[in-house]
Design a protein around this ligand. Sequence first.
Ligand code: ADP
Ligand code: ZN
Ligand code: ZN
Length: 738
Amino acid sequence: MSVIMSNRILKVAISVPLSHTFDYLPAGGVPEAQPGSRVLVPFGRKQQVGLVLDQADDTALPADKIRRCSRTLDDQALLSSDDLWLIRFTSDYYHHPVGEVVAAALPALLRQGKALNPVMRFVAVTDAGTSADVETLAKRAPRQAELLELLIDAGGNGVDEDALTDQLPNWRRAAKSLFEKGYAQRFEAVADAPEPPAVEPGEAGPELNPNQAQALKHIRSGSGFGVYLLDGVTGSGKTEVYLNLIRDALESGRQALVLVPEIGLTPQLVSRLARRLGIAPAVMHSGLTDSARLAAWRSARSGAARLVVGTRSAVFTPLPDLGLIVIDEEHDHSFKQQEGLRYSARDLAIVRGKQRGIPVVLGSATPTLEVLQHCRSGNFTRLELPERAGGARPPDFRLIDLSRAPAKDGLSEPLLRAIGAHLDDGGQALIFLNRRGFAPTLICATCGHVAECDRCDSRMTVHARDRALRCHHCGAERPLDQHCTACGSQVRPLGEGTERLEDALRAHFPGRQIQRIDSDSMQRRGAINEALELAAEGSADILVGTQMLSKGHHFPKLTLVGIVNADQGLFGTDFRSAERMAQSIIQVAGRAGRESRQGEVLIQTAFPDNPFWAHLSEGGYRKIATDALTEREETRWPPFTWLALLRSAAHRKEDAHALLDAARRHIEGLQTEYLRVLGPVDAPMARRAGRYRAQLLIQSSDRRRLHEVLANLRPALENDPVARKVRWSIDVDPIELF
Ligand code: ADP
Ligand code: ZN
Ligand code: ZN
């Protein structure tokens, strides 16, 4: 009897920049691939991993052209129909090739075709190792001793090799010696779906204050889908409300998903959740090893993990019993991916909540205008926590007029005095400047020549520690030369970055502990968490840094926040400037005085009369946001209209423009009554990393119509020959207009 080969057609998503799926015949044999399973398929001359999205009875391909899958990779569907639905939605909404959406949604190892339950290699201590004399070993072979201690701590189950590489990068050589001594052994095991972690009674939290209780009651009284904005000042106890809702979900047998900004996922938060809920959350962020990420994904998918805490991409995690989604710091830009698939994790989380019929809770002290507008129109419910919990008072704001009190190395006399006073009082100070490096410009004192990047329309930033000039846009680097390349005279760094501030603060406050926190000083994995830990303990007197410092951290001793340069956003050209600037000031200010000591915020500005300051001090973020919403409504910007930004970049400027010209013509050929097309124009930074960049903005008062046009445009551009010379993308709901 011959094997019956099914001739149903599989619609397979493959990670290539083309919108459509690809038709294949099943590999034959059992188990047969079904929607949600991965398959290995011949693609061109290579084999590719694909995901079956659908099955069909026929295909437009001629019978001699259709190929057969080489192999089925999953013996049961990897993704559920709910997960596939989200992938399709994402692809449709962001007009992005579905195969690339699948790639973004899957952990790297699954994308590469590895098994869901891979064979993992472990190293474990032996009995001989357990009773070995570690101290003596440490004298002769410190690395072996270090590894042995780690293995003893881990116990009989051992440590998987990836985790070892993470903790002790050069463990292999030491391990070899331990194997020879009989102190350690290695074994393989299939990583199964983990057992659900033990649930212990969580620690009791504070009794909720009336505002928190009210918000909680309101959310609890809802049923099914609903979006709730917890609009609460920093330190108002939003996290306590989340904790109660998460506990509800867990107690009713559901899973909860908590999304946090890139930098918000600190050990502080994870341990607070774990302690209070009596459960170890599965954590997902970009710093995990591939195997750790797969392990977290697997336990979420199996339902073993009851609580998943993660950054942006965790929104795609399969969660069969999902009952609650929380998005903390809803306004944070890291929720929007800025390359490739330009999705908003916040917006997808809301869509996912709607599809599952569950509550979605957004929290922020500075909600975006988009979300505020949804509250006004009744789509979302706004719940306010106007006061700090636990009795802490809001910080006092004060402006320092730089025209009267000029700054030297970025620091004015009044700011320096305030720092001194707070430190003498036992407080801690945070000095905020959103610019890393020593100085943003290197200028020649004689001829005025400015050091520029060869590949971008931008200046090189001076990095004094590394004696380098770096371009913050393309990463180009060259040695810092003391002499002008144009005339040979002395050059001078102009303006200040965090490095220069750090130097100046050290000079002013000798003997004080100063900790700089920015992406230069925090390159090592784990460095940021260590630094934040030290800052929270209070062992650093002065923290100086960029926005890395401004998000969600709780520094009990911190009483003074100094904002070095507040003027960058006052005259911004982007329609979001005022909103952004207010968000960034309120967020960093929110670090001050979170416990019993009164906090103070000093803002250095050369424009103290700008109405922005009066609005901020009289009405806070609320006033700025209300004004900005009125202005947006009048000028027809989002959230009152919808935007898509088409970007293109090419080695030749003509090519970058040609694609956008074609796009414009194509759009004009459709019915464009509800659309406004702006451009093509050069991008604000026209040349970056050696490519010329241009953009076309499409605006519409009718969201559905905008999407119809984009859906029509995408395949047309994919088929346009000029597209081959160009890198291009569609950004739906862009938050950056460059
Ligand atoms: P947010 O998430 O709004 O920044 P948190 O939930 O982290 O606020 O609370 C800020 C601080 O106030 C924390 O130290 C928290 O333990 C404390 N806190 C929160 N709610 C209460 C309450 N009802 N009573 C006393 N302290 C509280
Ligand atoms: Zn010169
Ligand atoms: Zn550059």
